[in-house]
Design a protein around this ligand. Structure first.
Ligand code: DGL
Length: 260
């Protein structure tokens, strides 16, 4: 069904509530530099993590519709929050196109941790949804897992803050009730957070391993494209287009800066 040259040369669509999904697209570009990419960030409506599930579902369907209208061959929901709210319904609705989602990378964290605590940083919605509860149940016996909702962090990153005192203070406050010496791994369960990895390490010290889901998602994308016979032509260099619902050049500039 997906065979044929015309499918192979189509771009891959990426979506996030804002600039966060670029951390996932960056990994995909690293793995598949020959592909064309279209990114849509919904910064006008960010953050999603403190909205209702129905609101996020509607926004996610609108974004998927936009990408599909651009003629993409696959859609990556590079947002943990939108994935937990809408992925099942999206897949049921758009049966003809591969839809790849992202979820907190708890499995590698459990495998890598040395018996210490595993902290999962994510938006309030991701941590409250059924999908996450299921994931927790799967590993609850094996590790001491502590969900840490980080409302407010997406807003900082959306405004371009990826270092500095304000960010460090924000993180210090979030971690104030946790004994930092007992943490062995931190799962970055929101695609915005990899952009503040350095600041998180500064606050927690180098001992805690930081794990995000971008690599797993990019590999899954490559696997799905391969399975459907729609990988692009490896001999070329792909192009990138970035759209944002916020009609402001600053957010586009920030997007390219984060992709560097
Ligand atoms: N990047 C989104 C995620 O992975 C952030 C959601 C939000 O806008 O709150 O969850």
């Amino acid at each position: 069904m997906y065979m044929g040259k015309s499918e192979n040369i189509k771009p891959i669509g990426f979506f996030d509530s804002g600039v966060g999904g670029l951390s996932v697209m960056k990994k995909a570009i690293e793995f598949m530099p020959w592909e064309d990419y279209i990114y849509f960030g919904d910064s006008k409506n960010a953050p999603y993590g403190t909205k209702t599930v129905d609101e996020v579902k509607e926004l996610t369907f609108n974004a998927a519709e936009f990408l599909i209208k651009q003629g993409v061959k696959a859609v990556v929901i590079a947002c943990n929050t939108a994935t937990s709210a809408a992925i099942d319904e999206l897949r049921a609705h758009y049966k003809e196109i591969p839809i790849i989602g992202i979820e907190p990378a708890l499995k590698p964290a459990v495998e890598l941790s040395d018996g210490g605590k595993i902290i999962i940083m994510a938006t309030p919605m991701t941590l409250a949804e059924k999908k996450f509860k299921k994931l927790m149940d799967r590993y609850a016996e094996e590790a001491d897992i502590i969900p840490l909702p980080c409302a407010g962090l997406v807003e900082l990153i959306e405004s371009g803050v990826t270092e500095g005192d304000e960010l460090i203070q924000f993180l210090e406050d979030k971690f104030q009730d946790i004994d930092k010496d007992t943490i062995s791994a931190v799962v970055l369960g929101c695609t915005h957070y990899p952009f503040v990895k350095k600041a998180i390490s500064k606050v927690l010290g180098e001992k805690a391993i930081l794990i995000d889901g971008s690599e797993g998602t990019a590999k899954e994308l490559r696997r799905r494209l391969g399975k459907n016979g729609i990988l692009g032509d490896k001999g070329r260099k792909g192009q990138i287009k970035i759209y944002n619902s916020l009609k402001d050049n600053k957010v586009i500039e920030l997007s390219y800066r984060l992709l560097e």
